[in-house]
Design a protein around this ligand. Structure first.
Ligand code: PRX
Length: 646
């Protein structure tokens, strides 16, 4: 049975245990219903009240201004500082001795920071940035391995009001350069390298290449991690040297609620990545609230989100959400199979992790590695599991529940996006019975619906488009430097509703089931890529005339990239060229974008008006018969050839 059919027939339901529910922040469904109803009927009262849990410098005077929709303003008149929310409030409340981060490097080296220590480190880091001339409103690119300095760098930017733009360390020099230029960054924070699968992944050479000729970048601050040799340029500064003379006191800059906290680039349906803009108060409130209610955090929890801070999941559930809640968390630098496939479970056992949050791709990989791997570790500390990033197939969900969660831990399957800032559709673990494969119900303030192409709400069990009908605090406020594209991408289709780009259905219990993207966005291992981004990379290669990229289902990565390539005349096609093109895409974008398959073809199937028929290519890539209409295809022999018929 296909996954979709599996999901359609899924009727298992798992309520939380009485023990879990009795200790949860929200342990009965009536409380959820009441709070949710209020958050929708009167969002200003609801969010106005819960927002008072944040430590404001100046209180807000207005909750929401939607008069200039789709540009929302939340908590107008208020000022606060994200680093003070994450650090100072805990230290001031006498919780400075609590451990904030237990970090482990891939080779097994460890570091630990209490809230008081992290507070001091972040202030030093902020002073280093100030000494280098970084000012409020400046953009700072961060391109780092998963070391504590990555979280510190984000918080140090926030402390002085600089806007961070984290670029995942797996992206190429070209991708980094594009993001530095688009954001107008004036400083870059990086490291000599990081450990990945037993090897040093050098980062500095990519930065050197990325900033070459960009005079606006006055500083490249380099954290020493792996001690590999690095080339040195006049604007480079070693962090460990600069920090020696930096004071451990740096007052937090009062930031307006709507001041931009960060930009994070993600793929859309065109070739150019979008700089998603998040603001200070709304984003912090939502990440704080979801960490509190969805992860149900308590003082004795040890939280571990396995994402990289280079993605939104790491921003929201490593840096801001857990620290705003004063959590103790684990942060791990490396790969799940370095040096052995039990690495994650070893860490869960060693640190007594109680809440574990990862991606379906990782779970499917663990399944492949075998049940005996997690069985070799004591995972009894776990009490709650989470997933994010892509639809989870019920089989993987059940495996996760049984082999990691010991049939005891609730699973929160959280649907959200870079754009939404935090969880949108998700169970609250103490009160929402879960169903394998469903992200269940909306979080407070999230008015989600399934509509048809005309924006008309569909009845239960009809597949359609997922929309959000009301603004919510952590919604993106725009695309950096391109307000029109923001309006066009998310709001033009249905006017007053946010269009998420996902297909979904809602069952008779009101549970949401995500079917995947309906646009040209691919989801490979939970990472977003645009077909056009990969196509642009391919056609930039001299051997390629034309390329079309589609996704095919993959058992481990969810989707895999398949590229149909028309080569230049008289070139030898085969594995060698395919390998060259794969490496080329990795160099242009990053290793995550490498096509799994490259198929050479003399021509691509096109409509008479010249549009590539991706639907047909998707069928070919998945090895399916095309059931759809092929009457508009320009030359049917092209399709026959692609299918291997003649
Ligand atoms: O298609 C949805 C999928 O990931 C997309 C968002 O990707 P990104 O902005 O990179 O954020 C990923 C981490 C939040 C969505 O449009 N997606 C995310 N979470 C889920 C999901 N699909 C199904 N179930 C989920 N829990």
């Amino acid at each position: 049975m296909s996954d979709i059919e599996n999901i359609l027939h899924e009727d298992r339901s798992f309520p939380p245990s009485a023990e879990f529910a009795s200790q949860a922040r929200i342990g009965d469904i009536e409380t959820y219903r009441r709070m949710y109803a209020e958050s929708i009927a009167d969002p200003e009262a609801f969010f106005g009240r819960v927002a008072r849990e944040l430590p404001w410098i100046e209180p807000f005077t207005e909750v929401l201004d939607w008069s200039n929709a789709p540009f929302a303003r939340w908590f107008g008149g208020g000022t606060l500082n994200a680093s003070a929310v994450c650090l100072d409030q805990h230290v001031e409340a006498g919780r400075g001795e609590r451990v904030a981060i237990r970090w482990e490097g891939e080779p097994g080296d460890t570091r630990e920071f209490t809230y008081a220590e992290l507070h001091a480190e972040v202030q030093r880091f902020a002073n280093v940035l100030l000494d280098r001339g970084v000012k409020k409103g400046d953009r700072v690119a961060i391109y780092m391995p998963m070391v504590p300095e990555l979280a510190m760098a984000c918080l140090a930017c926030a402390r002085i009001g600089a806007i961070h733009s984290v670029v995942f360390g797996g992206f190429s020099a070209n991708a980094l350069r594009e993001r530095i230029e688009d954001g107008g960054c004036t400083a870059v924070i990086t490291a000599d390298g990081g450990w990945r699968r037993g090897k040093v992944l050098p980062l500095k050479p990519a930065v050197d290449e990325a900033v070459e000729g960009i005079d606006a970048v006055h500083t490249v601050l380099v954290v020493r991690r792996t001690e590999n040799d690095v080339a040195w340029n006049p604007r480079d500064v070693w962090y460990h040297e600069a920090v020696k003379s930096a004071a451990a006191v740096c007052a937090p800059e009062p930031m307006d609620s709507e001041d931009t906290l960060f930009i994070l680039y993600t793929s859309g349906s065109t070739g150019r990545p979008k700089g998603i803009q998040h603001t200070t108060a709304g984003y912090l409130l939502h990440t704080y609230l979801t960490t509190k209610y969805v992860f149900d955090v308590r003082d004795d929890d040890v939280f571990w989100c396995t994402a990289d801070v280079g993605w939104i999941t790491g921003h929201s559930y490593i840096v801001y959400g857990p620290l705003a809640n004063g959590c103790t968390q684990v942060m791990y630098e490396g790969a799940p199979n370095a040096p052995h496939t039990g690495r994650f479970w070893e860490l869960v056992q060693k640190y007594g992790v109680t809440i574990f949050y990862t991606a379906p791709t990782a779970i499917r990989t663990f399944m492949r590695w075998g049940d005996d791997v997690p069985a070799g570790y004591d995972l009894s500390s776990l009490r709650l599991l989470g997933t994010v990033g892509e639809p989870i197939n019920p089989e993987a969900w059940m495996w996760y529940r049984e082999h990691i969660g010991g049939d005891r831990c609730p699973i929160v399957d959280t649907w959200w996006q870079t754009e939404t800032g935090g969880h949108m559709l998700t169970p609250l673990p103490g009160c929402i019975p879960t169903k394998p494969g469903s992200c269940t119900v909306p979080f407070f303030g999230v008015d989600a619906a399934i509509v048809d192409e005309n924006g008309v709400e569909l009845p239960a069990n009809h597949g359609g488009l997922l929309v959000i009908r009301k603004p919510w605090p952590s919604m993106l406020r725009g695309l950096w430097g391109d307000p029109e594209r923001y309006r066009e991408t998310y709001w033009s289709k249905f006017g007053s509703m946010y269009f998420a780009g996902d297909g979904a259905r809602r069952d008779v219990d009101g549970y949401f089931w995500i079917m995947g993207r309906v646009d040209d966005v691919l989801n490979v291992s939970g990472h977003r890529l645009s077909t056009m981004e990969v196509e642009s990379a391919l056609v930039a290669h001299p051997a390629v005339v034309e390329a079309a990229v589609v996704a095919r289902p993959d058992e481990v990565t969810g989707e895999a990239v398949v590229a149909f390539v028309t080569p230049v005349a008289n070139i030898e096609v085969g594995d060698e060229l395919a390998q060259v093109l794969r490496e080329y895409v990795a160099k242009e974008i990053g290793a995550i974008a490498k096509p799994a398959d490259i198929r050479f073809t003399e021509a691509l199937p096109k409509t008479r008006s010249g549009k590539i028929m991706r639907r047909l290519l998707r069928d070919v890539a998945a090895g399916r018969e095309s059931t759809g209409d092929t009457s508009t295809i320009e030359d049917l022999s092209v399709l026959a050839k692609l299918r291997g018929e003649n």
